[in-house]
Ligand binder design. Structure first.
Ligand SMILES: Nc1ncnc2c1ncn2[C@@H]1O[C@H](COP(=O)(O)OP(=O)(O)OP(=O)(O)O)[C@@H](O)[C@H]1O
Ligand SMILES: [Mg+2]
Length: 137
């Protein structure tokens, strides 16, 4: 799917949000700057997280939020080394209902992803700086 600009990314996130239920795990793949955080925030807003509840982007491995239908755990696994490190900080709780998990850099610990995980891949369009491509597996 072509996301021609940020508005198109927000619209795609809204459409996906409508399909999400407690226990959904979304793995967001894509290189640095592909738009994983941008997409995650659009998704969280679409799930009822209020703007003021989304802090400035200081790094957190697991950041919990309250949506209007379920709690959401936004995760960024970029700086972790392996699955053990995540298990030590209690990641398993967030990978099951009632939580919805949205994970950046899931390839750091693929063994932890539930079998039902939905994989999304964002890629930068080489010709247009504000365009992205989204593949939903
Ligand atoms: N169509 C688009 N969709 C998403 N982001 C876009 C789009 N066009 C431009 N951008 C910009 O691209 C940047 C994407 O940065 P973002 O932090 O979301 O990337 P990331 O994939 O999370 O990177 P990282 O791996 O470093 O966490 C943002 O500054 C965003 O405003
Ligand atoms: Mg990011």
């Amino acid at each position: 799917m072509l996301l021609g600009d940020e508005e198109a990314t927000i619209a795609a996130a809204r459409a996906l949000a409508a399909e999400i239920t407690p226990g959904t795990c979304l793995a967001l793949h894509g290189e640095l700057g592909a738009g994983k955080t941008f997409f995650s925030r659009a998704l969280m807003r679409a799930m009822g997280v209020k703007d003021e509840a989304i802090p400035s982007p200081t790094y957190a491995i697991i950041q919990p939020y309250q949506g209007d239908r379920f709690p959401i755990a936004h995760m960024d696994w970029y700086r972790i080394d392996d699955a053990d490190e995540l298990l030590t900080i209690g990641v398993e709780e967030y990978l099951q209902p009632p939580w919805v998990a949205v994970i950046e850099w899931p390839e750091r610990a693929p063994s932890l992803l539930p079998p039902s995980t939905r994989h999304l891949t964002l890629t930068i369009d080489p010709r247009r700086p504000n365009a992205r491509h989204l593949d939903i597996g």
